[in-house]
Design a protein. Structure first.
Lengths: 111, 183
């Protein structure tokens, strides 16, 4: 499954510019330190954090996409930085729990 | 020298707080890591001529790396964290290196040691290289790469607007309005 597939199947809104890539699992956390310690390359990172520092943290561990849940607004600085690093920022109105259910049904889990 | 083609893994991960303190007398800034389950608050305190006050508690973590093949352990307890270059100083060697490496999709992060009153404590070049190896081994390097550099490369720390990658304000119910540079 790729980030592009997910956009179609789950109805996610792409905010940044990115090249599609494979997704291998899901990581849920709102703490950058947790992501840097435990997320894996190719994971989807689900969070409600929208500040700019999520982008270098995601880049450091090479996540496939950051998904901002709950309809949280993402600032243009965050989106521009993600586009620079070719990191997908996807947005959804769904709460984190509901999105996890949809992703699980699609066969994604922890990797 | 070891002939091992190291395969680094994170080891000895500890979550805690990086505590930032500022002196109202000498304007010095210092940091340390504490393994507590709650932030250190408290009053100002005196130490010699200095009056130290905590200005920030950032949730963070520290770790070592160990080679899965030969078992070599590289202690990183002197690593405070990573800073993202924001391109604030056009002549800064970090920004120049980023511009040079960007066409190859190599992204720079700056590794920081803890701050003492006098100066930032140096990180050994060997450890900086191991961090670069570790984070590249952890990613799909056909898409992009990471290059860790030491803070020594920053031209003027006092004017640096780089952003530390750590968790600020996570213990508050209200998000901070914006992140402020530390220097």
């Amino acid at each position: 499954m790729t980030t592009e597939d997910l956009v179609q199947k789950v109805g996610l809104e792409p905010l940044s510019r990115f090249e599609p890539r494979g997704v291998n699992g899901v990581f849920v956390s709102d703490m950058l330190s947790d992501v840097m310690a435990n997320a894996k390359s190719g994971n989807l990172w689900l969070t409600v954090q929208t500040h700019k520092s999520i982008v270098p943290a995601a880049n450091l561990v090479d996540v496939a996409a950051i998904i901002i849940t709950g309809g949280k607004q993402v600032g243009s600085e965050t989106v521009e930085l993600a586009s620079k690093y070719n990191i997908a920022i996807l947005s959804t109105q769904l709460p984190t729990f509901e999105l996890i259910g949809k992703l699980y049904k699609l066969g994604l889990g922890t990797s | 020298m070891s002939g091992c083609q190291h395969q680094w893994e994170m080891a000895n991960v500890q979550f805690g707080f990086v505590v930032f303190e500022k002196c109202s007398h000498c304007n010095g800034l210092r940091t340390y890591f504490c393994v507590e389950d709650r932030p250190i608050l408290g009053d100002k305190y005196r130490e010699g001529h200095c009056f130290w006050a905590r200005v920030e508690n950032a949730q963070s973590f520290r770790f070592d790396v160990r080679c899965a093949r030969c078992g070599q352990l590289v202690k990183l307890d002197d690593l405070m964290g990573f800073l993202e270059c924001t391109g604030c100083l056009p002549d800064c060697p970090v920004e120049l290196l980023q511009a040079e490496l960007e066409p190859t999709r190599t992204w720079i992060l700056v590794a920081f040691g803890f701050l003492s009153k006098e100066r930032t404590l140096p990180l050994e070049p060997f450890k900086v290289d191991v961090l670069t190896e570790y984070f590249n081994q952890r990613r799909d390097t056909t898409r992009s790469r990471i290059r860790i550099v030491s803070f020594d490369l920053i031209e003027d720390l006092s004017r640096c607007q780089g952003q530390f990658i750590h968790d600020v304000g996570m213990l508050s119910l209200e998000p901070p309005p914006e992140r402020k540079p530390l220097f």
